[in-house]
Design a protein around this ligand. Sequence first.
Ligand SMILES: Nc1ncnc2c1ncn2[C@@H]1O[C@H](COS(=O)(=O)NC(=O)[C@@H](N)CS)[C@@H](O)[C@H]1O
Length: 440
Amino acid sequence: MRLSQYFMPILRDDPKEAEIVSHKLMLRCGMIRQEAAGSYSWLPLGYRVLRKIEQIVREEQNRAGALEVLMPTIQPADLWRKSGRYDAYGKEMLRIKDRHDRDMLYGPTNEEMITDIFAQGVQSYKDLPRNLYHIQWKFRDEVRPRFGVMRGREFLMKDAYSFDLTREAGQHSYNKMFVSYLKTFARMGLKAVPMRAETGPIGGKDSHEFLILADTGESEVFLDRAFHDMDWSTFEIDYDNVEAVAKVVDEFTSKYAATSEMHDQADYETRVPADRRVTGRGIEVGHIFFFGTKYSEPLGAVVQGPDGKMVPVQSGSYGIGVSRLVGGIIEASHDAAGIIWPEPVAPFRVGLINLKVGDAETDAACEKLYAALEAKGVDVLYDDRDERAGAKFGTMDLIGLPWQVIIGPRGLKDGIAEVKNRRTGERENVALDQLLARFA
Ligand SMILES: Nc1ncnc2c1ncn2[C@@H]1O[C@H](COS(=O)(=O)NC(=O)[C@@H](N)CS)[C@@H](O)[C@H]1O
């Protein structure tokens, strides 16, 4: 992509309404624009990141055996009346009427709808287990939307729903989602620590939330430093191996980690030696629940068991804040100059900087590399604007692409370009004919 042809309205200064760094940087980089309280347009640079995060979530859900569907954002109120949540959900629910005066709502979540879909599609225990998920916009009329996309009113969520015959089988479905979350967040360069959690309006009694540590997190967390020493980005897992999956869950739940709502100081001091106690703040990027027959019973999601009797299925629901993650990753990965994108979610992998637009040799060298990178499918943003070098460096550091390739007349004399690693700041001179191999 040529920057001279892109749409990336950079702001020079921190917008006054932004309080936390991710909100400031997303506005300054022209990634989003606020349309209403808690509701944003995703501009090209931000939308590329959102789609990359969504795709990683999708791949790991599919790998865990979940099946992707897509349900509407607007739901009939009747389903919610059956479960009793229509009134219970409170003011967060955006209630609307259609032209025939029918009660409808903008879905804050989809337990009722997916259970109804499942109920009509499955009659026998032989069709279990199943896990259906979608990645869809939600609306929650938060009393105080803030921190940009972190606590929005319209936000993108992956929500998955599992269906099993027995509580024990349901536990394996829950455990598979637990493990898939560890892998999902690790692929984004995050260590999202699983913590026992409250179940709130979703219900049930088993629940874990996954938090990334960041000073601006809304949750206060207490954990064992041992988590930091674990590397969970590489482990492979056979999701069909019930014991192996349960073992990973045990490994991650045997260490102490709790938000303030669930924290027990005495237990903390007993289980975690003083030098390993870490407290801080965390951003909840995922939350999983097991709630048994809470929805299958009122919605009549029953199957014929092996003994011929009809039983309500055992269910859980599993959410990831896809749009929240864009802000969350910035909170966990930035410096004074701007964002530092982990490569798997970066909007572009390479920022190509032409230090002297108009200089024939420099233009030619940049065009050649740009075309070669594009031809190899490398996401490259080519800053071909007629701007001062300093401004170009500032912009590239601000938007946080993982790699910068800097080409100018001086370097060309020696047949080299400068390659800068945005995360480490390391600079390296690379021969022009070696550049493509570095990235392709
Ligand atoms: N107001 C919000 N803005 C942005 N992300 C949000 C918001 N509320 C929740 N999320 C994200 O969505 C995830 C799941 O939301 S939740 O309420 O915990 N869970 C559910 O809604 C269940 N139905 C899971 S399928 C949260 O972990 C959080 O990352």
